[in-house]
Write a protein that binds this ligand. Sequence first.
Ligand SMILES: [Zn+2]
Ligand SMILES: [Zn+2]
Length: 243
Amino acid sequence: MIIDTDFHTHPFQQKRDYEGMRDFAESALAKGLKRIVFTEHAPIDPAFGFDSRHYLDGREYDIYLECAERCRAEYQGRLEIGIGIEADYHPRNMEHVARLRKNYPFDHVGGSLHLHAGFWAEKTAGLTGDARVAYALDRTLELVESGLFTGLNHLDFFRWKQEDYAPKRHEERFRAVFGAMVKQHMSLELNTSGINKSFASFLPCAEVWRWSFDYPLERTFGSDAHKPELVGLARAEAQALFP
Ligand SMILES: [Zn+2]
Ligand SMILES: [Zn+2]
């Protein structure tokens, strides 16, 4: 499979306007991509009272969708543009994600577990080592089984701030996630942004990515670019890991 699409990009993080989004489209073109999918962080359920510039707020969310449609029209015939979101798994956010999905015909809804985010702090307090990894994978399985997402983002991102990460000790849980993904027809992302994090690895890591080959899963490539120049990050290295 030739990687010609970047399925995971954040065109609203920097300029938060249409020009910023065009910068992403231009970068995708310059890098020879056929398609880019915009997947800005969807707002969290307002009931959380969570406020972060990392996420769109309710007002920006509407502007984001308008800009994405305008951009898709402007680049028609030159670059395919998919309109999606990155949405958070949290048990208290699921009705909200269901509403978002009902109200817009997204091309892609990437599901993410951001265990480092403030709204998980209460549940993860005191969790360390293998117990934290097991907790993360159990939540990931819930994410998959919710049926609300079309793809799974950065599967082992919980390794960030994880002092001891030994995937082999959790192989059974990873395999349960893959098995559930097959049933839900969810795609698995190879996310290259981890190379710029402290652990310096694609997500999932090589061992877990290899296990996934025992399952008939669709695969996507995602740079998780928060800046236009990062669109298509490490595509050649990622390509070597695709069947
Ligand atoms: Zn994410
Ligand atoms: Zn992202």
